[in-house]
Structure formats: structure tokens, C-alpha cells
Design a protein around this ligand. Structure first.
Ligand code: SF4
Length: 181
């Protein structure tokens, strides 16, 4: 019987007859990267592209991310898609703060990443003014393939991230630079 189901690659380790050994952080990285629960923070047109990404044609579920979370407490990837007004900045930061560690942020499209064409008094010129961003997806709007590429880049980060990175002085300093203790 042929099947299109792709089995996730095993992490590097030692194998022999009847056993496979690797380190705990690689196993956890493998599990986390293939079961990312996204929280979509979609405000405008890029959100529509994200809806297409979730649809049957592009099917983000193939990457283990079919379970959207509208509760920050049960999400580990914040997907920001659309124009973010300055007034919305503190709300976005509050949502980020309500997510438990480990957490990642994907900025989808020109507006979320840089304010896009809206260089005006009311629009935040990039969400990285209020929260740290892990991966940026360019485009106005980005196609679903680009959003999937961004999610896959997040998966690479998640897979290889040390369990202790989130306790590292560099990460703490990054959060402190955003006023997050
Ligand atoms: S980047 Fe373009 S498509 Fe996306 S929200 Fe901004 S104006 Fe809309």
C-alpha cells in the first residue's frame, strides 16, 4: 500500500540493533516543532491569506499546526498578520505576555513587519517595536506558500533550540530591552 504520510526524521543519535539513543532536548525539540499551536492575531488583509493557508488547498495541518488557539495560554506561536495600529500595540504585548514559555513570534507581511505602506502617525512601524520577533515573512500580502515557509523556519528554530536557551542571559537581556522581566 502506498501512502503520502511523511514520517518526521529522527534526531541525531546512536542506533544499534533494537535501540536508539539521543538526548532529551533533541526529542523535545522534535515533538515541539511538529506540534506548534498558533494563535492568529489577524487584523486585516494578510489575515485573509492566513485563512487560505489554513484551507484545504494549503492545509497548514500537514505541519502539525491545525489546532488554532484563541487562548494565549494554550498557544506557543503568535502569528501576527495585518496592520497594527499604535493603539493596538499594548494589547498585542499583553497577548504575548499571557503566552507561556517557550513562545515564538511570526510576523506575517509588510504591515506587521514594518508598518508597510502605512507610514502614518497611527500605525505601528513594525511589531518588533513592542515584542521580539523570531521570523519575518515579506510581502503585501505574502502568498500562503510564504506563510508556510515562515512556519517551517519557526519549526527549524524550535527543533534546534536548546532547552536552556530561554534561560540564557542573551534571551533575558532581549526581553528586558522590551521592558519584560
Ligand atoms: S502587508 Fe499588505 S496585504 Fe498585508 S495587511 Fe498590510 S496592506 Fe494588507
Amino acid at each position: 500500500m502506498t501512502t503520502d504520510i511523511k514520517i518526521a526524521e529522527a534526531p541525531p543519535g546512536h542506533t544499534g540493533e533494537g535501540f536508539f539513543a539521543t538526548s532529551l532536548d533533541k526529542v523535545i525539540g522534535l515533538a515541539r516543532s511538529n506540534s506548534i499551536w498558533p494563535l492568529p492575531f489577524a487584523t486585516s488583509c494578510c489575515g485573509i491569506e492566513f485563512m487560505a493557508t489554513m484551507g484545504s488547498n494549503y492545509d497548514l495541518a500537514r505541519f502539525g499546526s491545525e489546532r488554532m488557539s484563541f487562548s494565549p495560554r494554550q498557544a506557543d506561536l503568535l502569528l501576527v498578520a495585518g496592520t497594527i495600529a499604535k493603539k493596538m500595540g499594548p494589547i498585542l504585548k499583553q497577548v504575548y505576555l499571557q503566552m507561556a514559555e517557550p513562545r515564538w513570534v511570526l510576523s506575517i507581511g509588510a504591515c506587521a513587519s514594518s508598518g508597510g505602506i502605512f507610514d502614518t502617525y497611527s500605525v505601528l512601524q513594525g511589531i518588533d517595536r513592542v515584542i521580539p520577533v523570531d521570523v519575518y515573512v515579506p510581502g503585501c500580502p505574502p502568498r500562503p506558500e510564504q506563510i508556510i515557509d515562515g512556519v517551517m523556519k519557526i519549526q527549524e528554530l524550535v527543533k534546534d533550540e536548546s532547552l536552556r536557551r530561554r534561560n540564557s542571559p542573551e534571551y533575558k537581556a532581549l526581553l528586558q530591552s522590551y521592558g519584560i522581566l
